[in-house]
Write a protein that binds this ligand. Structure first.
Ligand code: F6R
Length: 259
């Protein structure tokens, strides 16, 4: 695991976009695992800018998103399909038919989960998986629990996650109680993983995930077992790493950890 300290959110976003863009240049038909939420928005904006300047071609890119709320259609403005269209896909030359998000309205969610696993398999796995992290250490919607779930599955969202995502809805009552999420096995199957964390609310999760025990109680801690993980975090998200991890670094900017 490599950890990079970003100066601030803009720096984090540019660094993340650089890594994603390098992946696209190295493999123009790469399979990108994509995330929603506030954290990757800056990186997506930067990628759009480079595409508009003619520097980045998405025409052969394939994508699989991590998750979707159960019960929301792709037209709902809080669905993750809608988010991806508005924050990235509508602004670059990716072919929509090459983009995948779990179906939130499926009448048989279990069958939808099996279908989604097959989609990932048929694509040959994920080249680069982008992740945000929940304040409770969740990745995708893999919430803290007793086991690491391997494949795509339906989850009951924790109260903490629903509260945290309520900022996007009119009220907490509108936040769905369930979601479909890619499993830890699929995430860990990605060739390369890029985890982004911004803000003080992520400090505990970042410290526990990078330096604590590997446990499904902190789902992102499993990333310690992956051979190619890059974490980019801003200064606030690194607060506890600075305080407790015992890293002796010359500067809290750039690479601060490589094990
Ligand atoms: C979103 C996702 C979630 C978010 C996480 C952080 O697709 O999978 O794990 O990455 O909840 O969300 P933000 O970035 O809004 O803090």
């Amino acid at each position: 695991m490599k950890i990079y300290a970003a100066k601030d959110y803009n720096d984090l976003s540019r660094k993340a976009a650089n890594i994603i863009s390098a992946q696209i240049l190295l493999k123009p038909n790469a399979v990108l695992g994509l995330a929603t939420g506030s954290t990757p928005v800056g990186a997506y904006k930067q990628l759009i800018k480079w595409h508009e300047q003619g520097d980045l071609d998405f025409s052969r890119i394939l994508s699989v998103n991590l998750d979707e709320y159960k019960g929301l259609s792709g037209e709902h403005d809080q669905s993750y399909r809608y988010f991806m269209n508005h924050n990235l896909f509508d602004h670059v030359n990716i072919h929509k038919e090459n983009t995948n998000v779990p179906g939130g309205l499926s009448e048989d969610p279990e069958a939808e989960c099996r279908r989604y696993d097959q989609v990932i398999k048929d694509l040959g796995g994920i080249d680069l998986q982008l992740l945000g992290i929940g304040g409770n250490g969740h990745i995708g919607f893999n919430e803290p629990c007793e086991v690491f779930e391997k494949g795509t599955h339906v989850v009951t969202l924790t109260e903490e996650t629903r509260q945290s995502n309520a900022r996007f809805f009119q009220s907490i009552d509108e936040v769905p109680t369930h979601a479909l999420t890619m499993g830890i096995g699929s995430i860990m199957g990605a060739k390369k993983i890029l985890l982004l964390a911004s803000g003080a609310g992520k400090a505990q999760a970042v410290y526990d995930s990078c330096f604590g025990p590997v446990t499904p109680h902190v789902p992102a801690s499993v990333l310690q077992l992956h051979s190619d993980v890059v974490v980019i975090a801003d200064q606030d998200a690194l607060a506890l790493v600075k305080e407790k991890a015992g890293l002796f670094v010359e500067s809290w900017e750039g690479m601060i950890y490589d094990n």
